[in-house]
Write a protein that binds this ligand. Structure first.
Ligand code: SAM
Ligand code: DTB
Ligand code: SF4
Length: 343
């Protein structure tokens, strides 16, 4: 076992300063037993794990940019960018590399250390558009930021080209438990998703994979998702936990909002199961009070999306986030450049 990236590394010696076992054999009932602990016990366990691994009061600030918006052929029931839902999101072309880099620079100036570029594609096709994305990655790296992409399914050779361009992480969410997947998406399978994660891992790129709660799934299905993530050959280096942003025009528009305690339970359970991973409090933060966000951080969230827009929906303003972090005495985490990927 080795702890890498931001976790467990003594700043001066780079030697690991703690060791917790990283398990890859979780059963769903075991996960559920953790998820359903009395809330204070769950929070205490999550904080104990968190502090054993993450020594400082630091949160990673990642900015998102939709480099290719809308018109997606997939039918993901939650997504405002699917061409199958009438959400008012217009299909746009891939942005120019120079425009993307202006945006990355602004994000860096505002304090972000990681820049994630999202495309509403089912999969990456080799050709001029992918070549432009590779240029975007190189440009973001040249700014001294961690670079992340989320472009849909990719092949092993595409993953290798992204790695060669300097990509630090690839986001590809499993979204929900396998038994709920068919109710949410019909245009691809869970196996398709897992295959892309394999390609990303094989190329030595950090895996960013998590899901969404609030899509009508049961507690078991949430636990199924967490077990699948933790039982991968290596834990994802980051695990985004999204609360559904119910967008008008999508089939999930009428879903009730998740309760804060549900989000806190999901984050705390992820933290306990994947101690050395970044757990990202992702979509849905604009709908949370400051107190709810604090509880999520206490539960082990140590990364947020920073900037007033996610891909197409709203996120809290820069100023309010900086003010919140200052009030909490939480500082931004430095970028982990050239980090190895192994757990
Ligand atoms: N098309 C690529 C894909 O599906 O992997 C990349 C972009 S896609 C928008 C990235 C992720 O955003 C999805 O996997 C999903 O987890 C999340 N997402 C999309 N719409 C959301 C919503 N309304 N609420 C919460 N999360 C959402
Ligand atoms: C992730 O898990 N959440 C982000 C990022 N990875 C790409 C996307 C959230 C999108 C929310 C809906 C929207 O803004 O379009
Ligand atoms: Fe397309 Fe990704 Fe949205 Fe699904 S989540 S519709 S693949 S952009």
């Amino acid at each position: 076992m080795s702890f890498t990236g931001h976790a467990c590394v003594d700043e001066h010696t780079t030697a690991p300063v703690c060791e917790l076992p990283l398990r890859h054999d979780w059963t769903v009932p075991e996960v559920k037993a953790v998820y359903e602990l009395p809330l204070m016990d769950l929070l205490f366990r999550a904080q104990t794990v968190h502090r054993a691994v993450w020594k400082e009061n630091k949160v990673q600030l990642c900015s998102l940019l939709s480099v290719k918006t809308g018109g997606c052929p997939e039918d993901c029931a939650y997504c405002p960018q699917s061409a199958r839902h009438d959400t008012g999101v217009k299909a746009e072309k891939l942005m120019q590399v120079s425009e993307v880099l202006v945006s990355a620079k602004q994000a860096r100036e505002a304090g972000a250390t990681r820049f994630c570029m999202g495309a509403a594609w089912r999969e990456v096709k080799d050709g001029p558009q992918f070549d432009s994305v590779l240029e975007m990655v190189k440009g973001v790296k040249a700014l001294g930021m961690e670079a992340c992409c989320t472009l849909g399914m990719i092949t092993e050779s595409q993953a290798k080209r992204l790695k060669a361009a300097g990509l630090d992480a690839y986001n590809h969410n499993l979204d929900t438990g396998e038994s709920h997947y068919g109710d949410i998406i019909s245009t691809r399978t869970y196996q398709d998703r897992l295959r892309t994660l394999e390609h990303v891992r094989a190329a030595g790129i950090g895996v960013c994979s998590g899901g969404i709660i609030g899509m009508g799934e049961s507690v078991e299905q949430r636990c199924e998702l967490l077990a699948t993530l933790a039982n991968q050959p290596t834990h994802p280096e980051s695990v985004p936990v999204n609360a559904l942003v119910a967008v008008e025009g999508t089939p999930l528009a009428e879903q009730r909002r998740v309760e804060t305690t549900e989000l806190v339970r999901m984050i705390a359970t992820a933290r306990i199961m994947m101690p050395a991973s970044m757990v990202r409090l992702s979509a849905g933060r604009a709908q949370l009070s400051e107190e709810a966000q604090v509880l999520c951080m206490l539960a082990g969230a140590n990364s947020i999306f920073f900037g007033d827009k996610l891909l197409t929906t709203a996120n809290p303003e820069y100023e309010s986030d900086l003010h919140l972090l200052e009030k909490l005495g939480v500082r931004p985490l430095e970028p982990a450049l050239d980090k190895p990927v192994a757990q």
